[in-house]
Design a protein around this ligand. Structure first.
Ligand SMILES: [Zn+2]
Length: 456
């Protein structure tokens, strides 16, 4: 649907300014249009005036070229509906095949296009020839991905806009009452379900909750990011503690490697024991999913295909690990899978590793969990280095590998263990600072207190 209101605003500033400035301004206008806040548009107009001065010398040389290019853009937008991928959304926005291909190729390294959520919005500003000049994807209200068409190269240039977020820590503290469960209490005080799941998931590795008693204590430390103070963007559980008369005292700490996508980022005891029930090992050290399991519509071609595994984007040569103990039942090459390895596990399930650059095990080899079996490559039918990881159950049926629990290691060692110990001390300091705040009742009817602290 066209938004003609934007066109006149873009016209107001469009003809006179340097291209870079235009990019920033139009990007901001896009954002404001979605908020519809007149006050902010006024503030922006003031910014426009001051920037005009700063860019006075630059604008002369670019004036002529830009004048006729960005003054007449029409904005269209649409959002993801249930069961859809990017292909359907771009189609509805009237974006042609050639531009769709360019948009997908320009944005796919920065955005996990296979896991779009219902309601996420896309905007495109088209010129009079119906070419997309600016493309905007709002992953969440604070994270905006922009593409600008460079008229000289006819290629899109990518820019990430991250809105400032407010970080808050909260400590929730309480006791179990007769008939209450930890899970139930955490839901009732309004903690997002994903974080409740993490708290109970890590604690139940140590706490036999069927033996929890009324009067048993719990304490958790959350760190959450908000946009404009109240829109929840993300959160993590830094610490969880349970102290029970029968089940004893247990603590869980969040550990992080420098790489936010590291497979080692998880919850551990203070001594480095992973808090997860006998999971598989991850097949890589870093997880960047470029294509998920299941039936999907290709974002460029629109054809429907069944993808019977998960694709992880990875640099060529990264080590590929066996996800569990087993015996190699295939190690070979074919034109579709490239270099391929299959490992049969004790329960007769089989893990599959495709497109490898190098294979380092042969049929019949016994492998241990996390043993290196090959290197990431792009052999067979593949457009770039990645690992296609598949999993078949004992009956030979393909299942979604992401439904399997995976861990990098059952116990941190060496440099990672030392790093965990530093982080444990930091978390204890953060906990003490947040605990020093005034307590409030988390919920009128429950005996749960919350203390909150806005991080500097
Ligand atoms: Zn694949």
């Amino acid at each position: 649907m066209p938004l003609t209101g934007n066109t006149s605003l873009i016209f107001f500033i469009g003809g006179i300014l340097h291209r870079l400035f235009l990019f920033i301004t139009i990007a901001s206008l896009f954002f404001l249009a979605s908020c519809g806040e007149a006050r902010k548009i006024d503030e922006l107009k003031k910014t426009v005036v001051s920037l005009e001065h700063e860019l006075d010398s630059l604008q002369q040389e670019n004036k002529k070229r830009e004048e006729n290019q960005l003054t007449n853009l029409q904005v269209v937008h649409d959002s993801v509906q249930a069961g859809e991928g990017l292909f359907q959304v771009l189609n509805r926005m009237g974006i042609n095949d050639e531009q769709r291909r360019k948009i997908v190729l320009s944005i796919q390294d920065s955005v996990e296009l296979s896991i779009l959520k219902v309601g996420q919005r896309f905007y495109a500003a088209k010129d009079s020839a119906q070419n997309v000049r600016i493309f905007r994807y709002e992953a969440n209200p604070a994270t905006i991905h922009l593409l600008f068409l460079n008229p000289e190269t006819s290629l899109f240039e990518y820019k990430l806009v991250s809105k400032p977020l407010v970080k808050k820590q909260s400590v929730f503290e309480g006791v179990l009452e007769s008939g209450s469960t930890l899970n139930g209490l955490l839901f009732q005080v309004g903690i997002p379900g994903r974080m409740v799941g993490i708290v109970s998931g890590v604690l139940q590795c140590k706490v036999a909750f069927q033996h929890a008693q009324p009067g048993d204590r719990f304490r958790i430390l959350l760190e959450e990011s908000f946009y404009q103070d109240s829109i929840w963007i993300s959160g993590k559980v830094l610490y969880a503690e349970f102290e029970g008369r029968v089940v004893g005292h247990h603590e869980a700490f969040r550990y992080e490697d420098p790489d936010p996508k590291s497979t080692f980022n998880a919850h551990y005891t203070a001594s480095g024991e992973a808090l997860i029930f006998d999971g598989l090992r991850y097949p890589l050290d870093r997880l960047h999913i470029t294509s998920s399991f299941g039936s999907r519509i290709h974002p460029i071609t629109g054809s429907r295909t069944m993808h019977n595994g998960v694709d992880y984007g990875s640099p060529r040569g990264a080590p590929v690990y066996a996800v569990a103990e087993g015996t190699v039942i295939k190690s070979g090459f074919d034109q579709y899978s490239g270099n391929k390895i299959a490992i049969r596990h004790r329960d007769n399930s089989t893990s599959w590793y495709l497109h490898l650059d190098k294979r380092s095990v042969s049929v019949g080899t016994r492998v241990a969990p996390r043993q290196v079996i090959g290197r990431v490559g792009s052999t067979g039918r593949s457009t770039g280095p990645h690992l296609h990881f598949g999993f078949t159950n004992a009956k030979g049926k393909w299942i979604n590998p992401l439904t399997k629990t995976m861990i990098a290691t059952p116990k941190l060692e060496g440099a990672r263990l030392a790093r965990l110990q530093v982080q444990v001390e930091e978390i204890k300091k953060e906990l003490a600072l947040t605990e020093a705040q005034e307590p409030q009742k988390a919920n009128d009817s429950l005996d749960v207190n919350v203390r909150m602290r806005v991080l500097p």
